[in-house]
Ligand binder design. Structure first.
Ligand code: S3P
Length: 169
């Protein structure tokens, strides 16, 4: 089986869907931000605060290179990972890229209480979400399959992915 690489904006459910997918398909689940946090020994928010976004993006690029060498795993990426073409090409090598989508309003609701998203920790997070979504849309659209998650549970999204992957085999 090829890797299944979940991409998409913060709050689209990549981690929740990834865990369910891995359980249903009986394969390993890799969460890139968790790998980065384990390596650095602190949360992503703190990495941004203390060392800056460029430092985080370099860690993310190293991690993308490593996880892309795996086979048959489910990978949840950070929301900005595919903006770097090198990461996208790495993910493509052994993987099917699936983008989870959501509207700005739903993203705002899902991310509101989480101080863990440094990029949204600004006075007007909704405006920031809209700006970033617009900038990132062309990168997310390069995925092999895109799913709207606005009105679906993580389990429903996971089932849609399994159906799509199985149809391709
Ligand atoms: C980011 C998304 C976050 C995390 C970091 C940057 C982004 O991951 O990688 O805060 O640029 O969109 P999630 O999408 O899992 O929240």
């Amino acid at each position: 089986m090829q890797n299944i690489v979940l991409v998409g904006f913060m709050g689209t459910g990549k981690t929740a869907v990834g865990r369910i997918l891995a359980a249903k398909l009986g394969c390993e689940f890799i969460e890139m931000d968790e790998m980065i946090e384990a390596k650095e020994g602190c949360p992503v928010r703190e990495i941004f605060d203390k060392k800056g976004e460029d430092y985080f993006r370099n860690l993310e690029m190293d991690t993308a290179g490593k996880v892309s060498q795996e086979k048959g795993v489910i990978i949840s990426t950070g929301g900005g990972a595919v903006v770097n073409d090198k990461n996208f090409q790495n993910f493509k090598k052994n993987g099917l890229i699936i983008c989870l989508e959501a509207s700005p309003k739903v993203i705002l609701k899902r991310t509101k209480d989480l101080a863990s998203r440094p990029l949204l920790n600004v006075p007007d997070p909704e405006k920031k979400i809209e700006e970033l979504l617009k900038k990132r849309a062309p990168y997310y659209k390069r995925a092999d399959f895109c799913i709207d998650t606005d009105t679906s549970s993580a389990e429903e999204v996971a089932d849609k992915i399994i159906k799509w992957v199985t149809k391709r085999d």
